[in-house]
Design a protein around this ligand. Structure first.
Ligand code: NCD
Length: 312
């Protein structure tokens, strides 16, 4: 998991995680889940984590902070770094990271620009964890997504996965695909509005990994025979102008009761959340709706990651 050999343990891309590292991390997350049920000695006493968020967040920031506190560490935080940090005075990301790296033992960074986490890692004296860089990646979300698939279905091989919604701008999709493509027998169905297709280099990398890739015109068609439906929100804030056709197209990619009727009984529906209409709330009571369980997994998975990044 090192970016620079012998150097700091930055987490910038899902590509840093091999199946054997993922196995170790998930075993540790299982153990963290058990720790949450009992009073245990703290694992990271006296360590400080900084969260530096230049974009809105609920789940990612709070679950990272909860994970650190539950490990016995401490947290310093700017939840609106764009307006309330020196960025507003014109300070560069690099300078801010150098400074915050003097106050904390690791920095969890969310930023609107693709590549921001790599830029921060290049100058930071402490580990940087990418909590979302524009439309680039969101590797820790992918970790909890993969952990959820393993917990819900009991396997990571021979999966039939439907990736739905905004595949162009959804950074969680980009990271999850990087993790999934390391496992044997992957079949991916891409199901989203025509204007929001998965970037071509990602499609090519997926095919090169040996995965079968196909596209579907509607979710109803895509979910037949699926194991996982990974639904995502249209990232309106990343579109230069609202795509009206995408809006109307989006109706064909909603998870509705009709879609659930076509989905196998053993499958699960996931979503990184927040959702804004792409999953009908009527579906929430279906046992296959795994998105709230998925969000809860953020704490033990991030505990395992922090223990690895900050532990001995
Ligand atoms: C995602 C994100 O920020 O990329 N949210 C999250 O971290 N769970 C997905 C989104 O905002 O649509």
């Amino acid at each position: 998991m090192v970016i620079r050999e012998g150097g700091t343990r930055h987490v910038v891309s899902a590509e840093q995680f091999s199946p054997s590292l993922l196995d170790e991390l998930f075993a540790s997350a299982d153990e963290m889940g058990r720790r949450l049920q009992a009073v245990r000695p703290p694992l990271l006493p006296g360590r400080v984590m900084a969260t530096l968020f230049y974009e809105p967040s609920t789940r990612t920031r709070l679950s990272f902070e909860s994970a650190m506190l539950r490990l016995g560490g401490q947290v310093v935080s700017t939840e609106n770094a764009r307006d309330f940090s020196s960025a507003i005075k014109g300070e560069t990301l690099e300078d801010t990271v150098r400074i915050v790296g003097g106050y904390a033992d690791c920095i969890v960074l969310r930023h609107p620009e693709e590549g921001a986490a790599a830029r921060a890692a290049a100058v930071s004296p402490v580990p940087v964890i990418n909590a979302g860089d524009g439309r680039g990646e969101h590797p820790t979300q992918a970790l909890l997504d993969l952990y959820t698939i393993r917990a819900e279905l009991g396997r990571l091989e021979e999966l039939r996965v439907v990736m739905a919604g905004d595949l162009a701008n959804g950074r969680t999709v980009h990271s999850l695909i990087r993790l999934l493509s390391q496992y044997r027998g992957l079949r991916v169905t891409l199901a989203g509005p025509a204007q929001l297709r998965l970037p071509e280099p990602t499609v090519r990398a997926l095919r090169r990994s040996g995965a079968e890739v196909r596209e579907a015109d509607s979710l109803l068609e895509a979910v037949v025979g699926a194991d996982v439906v990974y639904q995502t929100r249209i990232q309106a804030e990343r579109l230069s102008e609202p795509i009206s056709e995408a809006g109307s197209d989006a109706a064909r990619f909603r998870v509705t009761r009709e879609v659930m009727a076509a989905l196998p009984e053993t499958a699960v529906v996931m979503h990184p959340l927040p959702r804004v209409g792409e999953i009908d709330p009527e579906v929430d009571s279906d046992p296959r709706a795994a998105y709230f369980r998925q969000a809860r997994n953020g704490v033990p998975v991030r505990m395992a990651l922090l223990a690895r990044v900050l532990g001995e």
